[in-house]
Design a protein around this ligand. Structure first.
Ligand SMILES: Cc1ncc(COP(=O)(O)O)c(C=O)c1O
Length: 463
């Protein structure tokens, strides 16, 4: 497929066009606009002179400085995974080059060094989310595994027929499917709260749904589709009033803002390293120590035992109890380096800058003809995350994303973003999503909007 010149279409795209399955947009399908405060970050907090945090940090991310499909790469798929700064790449390289060894079991120098660094990474995670002790951090493969750990260990032990698990329809599949499986095994019941008129999960309904039958509430902190933010502290308070527990899916908040598990009083909280500038293959579960101590193992094997006999075993204390087998050592160390990097900038600074970008992205997207952006308007909420899921009337989001990539080097995501129930509720089976991180700039957004307008014109020229 050749490039388009001066807006003139020279050749049809080489990819098949998908049937538009998107309902036409009407003003009645748009969310009601209610008067929340529009948050505006202090520019001085996020800019050094006239240079934005995005411009300042971009040199740290080698991958961003390349061309794809003949265009400058504009990476706007950060909700799926973030890019890694040189400091993280170096930490991984250094581990494998200088002290690769297995942890906990060896007494030799390399093993001791690897163990120290691995445990230091755990301390860094604990400090980053303000856990009271590093033993409250369990390393897992990713957030999905962390949720499964809670489901299979805490859930199978504590849930019985008729117990209720309350979730929102906006949860990621990772936070729904494990609980469906556990509910089938235990007879517990899943209850879902839908969205309010601002396309935010309805917290009023959520509160009403919490009762003495509730055993667990599973909620995201920031939605990976709507960009909305839930008031976790309040939700936790309501849930604790009935003696139930809260699991917070913080995959989209921990990489972008200050998250304080003690302040939130969350019982469990999960996140993935790869979304927070760290390597893939590592994530973590935070669990309050009294809860983790009372939980049985999730997986059996080496590292998680105290003593093994032929007919039974006794188990190590948390977090080892939940880390069977050789862990992702280099990846944990890489995550520690990512945390150092993020902390070096400051999560508040990242958050403030991303808020500016979030508003900028939203405002610019609104100018695209026949666009429908999902989730709350930035003006309606204290904070809308720097991501937008959207559809353009009669153009399939995968066609949009493919054209943006092939013609303009712009990387966005299309599909259901692992949130099929939410998409069904919104009346579509897919959406396009542009998601930003602190190394993005207003120029990235401008490039994206220019490319999107061009893409929309291209598809509309066939109608
Ligand atoms: C809100 C949310 N929860 C959970 C996950 C699952 O993360 P992972 O695939 O790293 O386990 C994601 C990833 O997209 C997410 O955005």
């Amino acid at each position: 497929m050749r490039k388009m010149m001066e807006g003139v279409v020279v050749k049809l795209p080489s990819f098949p066009l998908l049937n538009p399955t998107i309902p036409p947009l009407s003003s009645s399908s748009l969310p009601l606009r209610l008067g929340f405060r529009r948050f505006s970050a202090s520019l001085s907090a996020v800019k050094e002179g006239s240079v934005s945090l995005g411009h300042l940090s971009r040199p740290d991310f080698p991958i961003l400085h390349q061309e794809v499909n003949g265009s400058k790469l504009v990476y706007l798929d950060n909700a799926a995974t973030s890019q890694k700064p040189t400091a993280v790449l170096k930490a991984l390289h250094n581990y494998y080059e200088a002290y690769n060894s297995n942890v906990h079991r060896g007494i030799h120098y390399l093993s001791a060094k690897a163990t120290d660094e691995y445990e230091l990474a755990r301390k860094k995670v604990a400090a980053f989310i303000n856990a009271s002790d590093s033993s409250e951090i369990v390393f897992t493969r990713n957030a999905t595994e962390a949720i499964n750990l809670v489901a299979y260990s805490w859930g199978l032990l504590n849930l019985k027929p008729g117990d209720e698990i309350v979730l929102t329809i906006a949860e990621h599949h990772s936070a729904i499917v494990p609980w469906q499986i556990v509910a089938q095994k235990t007879g517990a019941v899943l209850k879902f709260v839908s969205l309010d008129e601002n396309e935010i999960p309805n917290v009023v309904k959520l509160r009403e749904m919490i009762s003495t039958r509730t055993e667990l509430v599973v909620v995201h902190h920031v939605s990976n589709v709507l960009g909305s933010v839930l008031p976790i502290e309040e939700i936790v308070h309501w849930v604790h009033e009935v003696g139930a527990k809260v699991l917070v899916d913080a995959c989209q908040s921990v990489p972008h803002m200050v998250v304080d598990v003690q302040g939130l009083d969350a019982d469990f909280l999960v996140a993935s390293s790869h979304k927070m500038c760290g390597p893939t293959g590592i994530g973590f579960l935070f669990g309050k120590s009294n809860l983790l101590s009372a939980m049985p193992p999730f997986l059996g094997g080496g590292e998680m035992i105290s003593d093994v006999f032929l007919d039974h075993s006794t188990y190590a204390e948390p977090p080892s109890r939940f880390e069977a087998g050789t862990p992702a050592i280099g990846e944990a160390i890489g995550l520690g380096a990512a945390i150092d990097y993020l902390s070096g900038i400051g999560m508040q600074k990242i958050h403030d800058y991303e808020m500016e970008l979030a508003n900028y992205l939203y405002d610019k997207l609104c100018s695209v003809p026949n666009i429908r952006i999902y989730g709350p308007k930035p003006a309606e909420t204290v904070y809308r995350a720097a991501l937008c899921s959207f559809n353009v009337e009669n153009i399939h989001p995968t066609d949009l994303a493919t054209f943006l990539d092939q013609q303009h080097g712009v990387a966005i995501r299309s599909g259901h973003h692992c949130a099929q129930p939410l998409h069904r509720y919104l009346g579509v089976n897919a959406s396009a999503r542009a998601s930003l991180h602190f190394y993005n700039t207003e120029e990235d957004v401008d490039d994206f909007i220019r490319a999107l307008n061009d893409t929309v014109s291209f598809f509309n020229s066939f109608k």
